[in-house]
Design a binder for this molecule. Structure first.
Ligand code: KG4
Ligand code: ZN
Length: 342
């Protein structure tokens, strides 16, 4: 089954074709980062308008790359939530209408299910069941995954998402949006011993996260070391390192707990923050200590992309699921409410 995937939930237009027999056939991505950078974050109305401009040309590009005509498609999948309402509406309206015109089954996909299944696009993807750590700009969740659609939320952030915390710390450090990759880059030149930041909520039992205290701690450290309005570059890098280390260690502690608590051995890391090399390194060491395995998507499929939506949609369409003709989006949508495949 050849499925076109359309992702427009935030500031990336992602399009791909996934074939259940041959794997990923083609994909393309347009990032709106430049458009939003001068505002220091995503401006929803500008995001929607840019998705309108980019979605159809990208679909044409992907069809050409895959050497296919639209009439060769067997199914269509678009992100229907969670995300920015206007941005979601663009992908949903285009996806739903195109599906109806082509007369093929069409499905609205949960964005976080897309992230969660992205490691299955890799050659040696994880077997079920597994524990997933979903870390993106909008979510930080630990999920027990028995199979596709069988999700149990076992922990989540009580305030900011991990990616959001990276983005806010980047702003404090004078780095551009989106901050995660920039914090990671400057952290490489950071002194490993100068600062030690707290590992929030690790001293008490449970699998929930909180990043607001760590954010305030970071802000206080920045302010303490700002002289005449200037934070010197080395101190900036040292703070970036200490912050990244605190986030990664916190995740290692919670993931170890989640593996032990669930009795599972496989850990899947997904979502934009899964591109973070230090986090991958530390989780890999922990997984080995626990005699388990760590899986994550290829770099291109950590942040938002069309391939993960095409894949998740394809799995559901193959099981006979599809959405009706209404154009609906769910800006808020609980992962646990998704149906199982059987
Ligand atoms: O999954 P994603 O593309 O979008 C959402 O669904 O939110 O995640 C974007 C988030 C941003 O907050 C970005 O700063 C973060 O992922 N991110 C990173 C890295 N690359 C992207 N955070 C830390 N380290 C990275 N290398
Ligand atoms: Zn995402």
């Amino acid at each position: 089954m050849k499925v076109l995937g359309i992702e427009t939930s935030c500031d990336e237009t992602g399009i791909a074709v996934y074939d259940s027999e041959q794997g990923l056939l083609a994909d393309a991505l347009y990032s709106q980062i430049k458009l939003h950078q001068k505002y220091g974050g995503v401006v929803p109305e500008l995001a929607s308008r840019d998705h309108i401009r980019k979605t159809l040309p990208l679909i044409r590009e992907v069809m050409e790359k895959a050497d296919m005509a639209l009439t060769d498609l067997d199914g269509l999948a678009y992100t229907s939530g969670p995300g920015l309402a206007g941005a979601l509406m663009v992908g949903a309206a285009i996806g739903r209408s195109l599906g109806m015109t082509l007369g093929i089954p069409t499905i609205g996909v949960h964005h976080m299910e897309g992230h969660l299944l992205a490691p299955l696009l890799e050659e040696n993807g994880p077997q079920f069941p597994f524990v997933a750590l979903l870390v993106s700009g909008g979510h930080t969740q630990l999920v027990e995954v028995a199979a596709i659609g069988k999700y149990k939320l076992i922990g989540e952030s009580l305030d900011d998402a991990a990616g959001e915390a990276f983005d806010k710390v980047a702003k404090m450090l004078g780095l551009p949006y989106p901050g995660g990759p920039h914090v990671a880059r400057v952290a490489e030149s950071g002194n490993r011993d100068r600062f030690r930041f707290p590992r929030p909520m690790t001293n008490r039992p449970g699998l929930d996260f909180s990043f607001s205290g760590l954010k305030t701690f970071t802000l206080n450290t920045v302010q303490e070391h700002t002289v005449d309005g200037i934070l010197d570059e080395q101190t900036r890098d040292d703070i970036a390192w200490a912050f990244q280390e605190a986030v990664a260690d916190t995740m290692v502690i919670k993931c170890r707990r989640a593996l032990r608590h669930s009795g599972m051995k496989r850990l899947v890391l997904a979502g934009g923050v899964s591109a973070n090399k230090r986090l991958r390194e530390k989780l890999a060491v922990m997984a080995e200590e626990e005699n388990g395995e760590l899986h994550y998507p290829g770099f291109a499929y950590c942040t938002d992309n069309g391939a993960m939506i095409a894949y998740a949609g394809c799995m559901r369409l193959l099981a006979g699921q599809c959405s009706d003709l209404s154009i609906q989006v769910k800006p808020r949508w609980n992962l646990e409410t998704l149906p199982a495949l059987d």
